[in-house]
Design a protein around this ligand. Structure first.
Ligand code: 13P
Ligand code: ZN
Length: 291
C-alpha cells in the first residue's frame, strides 16, 4: 500500500496507482501546501490550475468518470479545445486539499470548441471549479500560445504585502515593476518582463478575466489591486517561485516604508542595465527609461 502525506493511494478499482500517484498531481498538492504555509490562502482564498499533458491524462484515463453535463466556461477558447485541467474547487480551502484531494479538486475537460467544460474526476461531494476558472482558462490560452505549449500552471494567491502596495502606489505596470525590481537584484532576473497591474474589478467577473488575459500576454504575473496576484509558469515550482519572489520584494518594500527613514541607496537604472549585461535577460526599454 502506498501513502502520500498520510493519504492512502488507491484508484477507483482499488489498485495502488492512478491520479493520486501521478507526478503532476503530487506537484499540484505540494504547491497548495507551500502556499498554505506562506499564509497566502485564508479561508477559500486563492486557486490553482494545471493544464494536463496528453501523455499524463492517458496514464490516469482509467480513473476518469464518464462524461457528465457540459457547462459554459463563459468565453470561447479554441486554443484549449479538448484539454484537461486539474483545478481547485470553488469555496474549497487550500489547507484541506492534502487531507481530501478528491473532495477539494477536480479534473475538468473542455469540449472540442473550447466553450464548455465538464468534470471528469474529483469534487466527490459536489461543487464546481474555482469561480476564477474563466480567468485561469483565459491565462492558459494566452500562455499556451506565447510559450509554444510549455506553460501549464496558473496560480492565484492572496499575498499580504503585494496587496498592501496596491493601496499606496498608482496602479501602473511601470511603477510596480520598477519598485519591485529595485528591491532585490534577483527580481529583474526572475521577472524580466515586469509585472502587470489591473484596475480593481469584481472577482470572478468576465471583466476581471478579460483584463487579466490582456495583461498576461505581456507579463507572467498580474497583480489584482486589493485582492491578490496571478502567477504563471511551465512548472509548479516556476509559478510558485514567481509568486514568492514578487511577494518577498513586496515585503521588503513595505518594511522599508514602515521604517519612515530616508532611503539612502537602492538598485538604480544603471544597476538594472548592468544586470542585463551579465544575465541572459532583456528588460523592456520603457521600464528603464527615466528615473
Ligand atoms: P474560489 O473559492 O472560487 O476559488 O475563490 C477564491 C478566490 O480567491 C476568488 O478570487
Ligand atoms: Zn482571490
Amino acid at each position: 500500500m502506498r501513502y502520500y502525506y498520510g493519504v492512502q493511494l488507491k484508484n477507483r478499482k482499488g489498485d495502488n496507482m492512478g491520479i493520486l500517484d501521478s507526478a503532476f498531481f503530487r506537484g499540484f498538492i505540494k504547491l497548495t501546501e507551500d502556499g498554505t504555509r506562506m499564509g497566502w490562502h485564508e479561508r477559500n482564498g486563492g486557486n490553482l490550475s494545471y493544464r494536463i499533458a496528453p501523455e499524463e491524462i492517458k496514464e490516469v484515463g482509467g480513473e476518469l468518470r464518464s462524461g457528465g453535463e457540459w457547462k459554459p466556461i463563459g468565453r470561447v477558447l479554441p486554443d484549449l479545445a479538448g484539454e484537461f485541467f486539474l483545478v481547485t474547487g470553488t469555496g474549497k480551502y487550500f489547507r484541506n486539499v492534502t487531507l481530501d484531494p478528491e473532495d477539494n479538486i477536480t479534473i475538468a475537460e473542455l469540449d472540442s470548441k473550447g466553450v464548455h467544460y465538464r468534470p471528469r474526476w474529483g469534487l466527490s461531494r459536489g461543487g464546481a471549479p474555482t469561480s476564477e476558472f474563466s480567468s485561469h482558462l483565459a491565462c492558459h490560452a494566452a500562455k499556451k500560445r506565447e510559450s509554444g505549449g510549455r506553460s501549464r500552471v496558473v496560480y492565484h494567491a492572496h499575498p499580504g504585502n503585494i496587496i498592501a502596495m496596491t493601496f499606496v502606489l498608482p496602479l501602473s505596470d511601470r511603477v510596480f515593476t520598477r519598485e519591485l525590481w529595485q528591491i532585490i537584484s534577483e527580481c529583474a532576473i526572475v521577472f524580466s518582463k515586469g509585472v502587470g497591474v489591473t484596475e480593481w474589478m469584481v472577482p470572478g467577473s468576465k471583466e476581471m478575466a478579460d483584463a487579466t488575459a490582456r495583461k498576461i500576454e505581456q507579463f507572467d504575473a498580474v497583480i489584482w489591486p486589493h485582492h491578490g496576484m496571478f502567477a504563471t509558469g511551465e512548472t509548479f515550482d516556476e509559478s510558485f517561485g514567481l509568486m514568492h519572489t514578487i511577494e518577498k520584494a513586496a515585503e521588503i518594500w513595505i518594511k522599508i516604508k514602515s521604517t519612515g527613514m530616508l532611503v539612502r541607496q537602492t538598485i538604480t537604472t544603471d544597476n538594472l542595465k548592468a544586470l542585463e549585461q551579465a544575465f541572459p535577460i532583456q528588460l523592456p526599454e520603457h521600464f528603464l527609461s527615466g528615473e
